[in-house]
Design a protein around this ligand. Sequence first.
Ligand code: C5P
Length: 224
Amino acid sequence: MPRIIVAIDGYSSCGKSSTAKLVAKQLNYPYIDTGAMYRAVTLYFIQNHISLTNPKEVEQTLAGLQISFRRHAELGRNDTYLNGMNVEDEIRKMYVSERVSEVSAIPEVRHALVAQQQRMGRSRGIVMDGRDIGTVVFPEAELKIFMTANPLIRAQRRQQELMEKGELVGLEQIMENLQMRDHIDTHRSESPLRQAEDAVFIDNSMMTLDEQVELVVRLADEQI
Ligand code: C5P
């Protein structure tokens, strides 16, 4: 059976990751959350006061960074590791969300992470989500999805997600953060977020998670 690449792109907090994770499970493919990789780099840059305007410093720092994913046996989730440390909870916090799009717009950061993502998908049979997977990382992906949802629904989902992790953030602050990230992500010069011409557009505002997963798995099955 051919192993395909499923690329899921879209705006912040539109439910890409939840769908991608379950689609990967059903297809029995690994799932890669590329947003987590940009978040891990951002966390390191914040913690180590790396100057974002010094390309040499950025490049040297990136060369010494190791990002990987490992299964958390108890919680049954894929955790993000930075230089051997589990940073899964830390990278989801608001202070990282506030800086991540700025860091993700740096060309050196994108080059390093895109290269790693391409290596991860070398043997195909993978579900990857992000902003540029169908346009830059795997333009040859057999299935490309472009997802979105109504901004208020996205903010409410994000608020719920943060609340479940014990971080209480107002809806207004979340909406501002999503708007800011969408703006930077769609306007940056290096691989901006845009829908690939051959991507299937899904507005999931009125869809349940099960419906989204069923739709994407059906589309994937048509390619296998
Ligand atoms: O997916 P998530 O919202 O966690 O991604 C965090 C940020 O990482 C995005 O707002 C975007 O700036 C950046 N990102 C990116 N390219 C990707 C994935 C994420 O620029 N492929």
